[in-house]
Design a protein around this ligand. Structure first.
Ligand code: HEC
Length: 137
């Protein structure tokens, strides 16, 4: 009986430490994801990338391939090939596959076309944003 109680005691202490550890040492990625789920993440990090690299073909009056990047609804609607955005799932989002140059080589082609690929950092930002649910103001 005594051994059994001691065992339970150790188990309880162990569990408490484990829980405390989880609370105190949340992995950085969890917090990063939270940031990416804020509308400001889109306005300050994602939109500038779109404006600079995609705007002249996919914003305002420009709808190449039938696609506008102006609003979330427009991205969900997508272009000639259907939706380009699957919130929470970068792998299924055409927008991510094309900027990673992992989509079809011809139709639709890698984006931006005939220009150098986006930097890995920029691609990572777009991916994080999609993964966190593609939140827009
Ligand atoms: C120079 C003009 C140009 C730029 C810049 C450009 N695109 Fe495109 N985009 C096109 C054209 C043209 C198509 C249609 C291609 C096709 O159907 O083969 C297209 C198609 C797409 C599609 C597929 C739409 C569909 O349903 O077929 C996506 C997604 C896309 N672009 C995203 C982007 C993103 C993101 C950027 C910026 C990183 C970007 N594009 C920059 C011209 C451009």
């Amino acid at each position: 009986m005594r051994v059994f109680c001691a065992g339970l005691g150790v188990l309880a202490v162990g569990l408490t430490c484990f829980q405390l550890g989880r609370i105190c040492f949340q992995p950085a990625s969890v917090q990063a994801q939270d940031d990416a789920a804020k509308p400001e993440f889109y306005t300050t990090r994602v939109k500038p990338i779109f404006d600079q690299n995609c705007g002249r073909c996919h914003e305002g009056m420009n709808r190449r391939g039938g696609l506008s990047l102006d609003t979330r609804a427009a991205m969900l609607k997508g272009g000639h090939d259907g939706t380009v955005l699957v919130p929470g799932d970068p792998q299924k989002s055409l927008i991510v596959r094309l900027i990673r140059h992992e989509g079809p080589a011809d139709d639709p082609m890698p984006m931006p076309p005939k220009r150098p690929k986006l930097s890995d950092a920029d691609i990572a930002v777009v991916e994080r944003w999609v993964k966190a649910g593609a939140v827009m103001p």
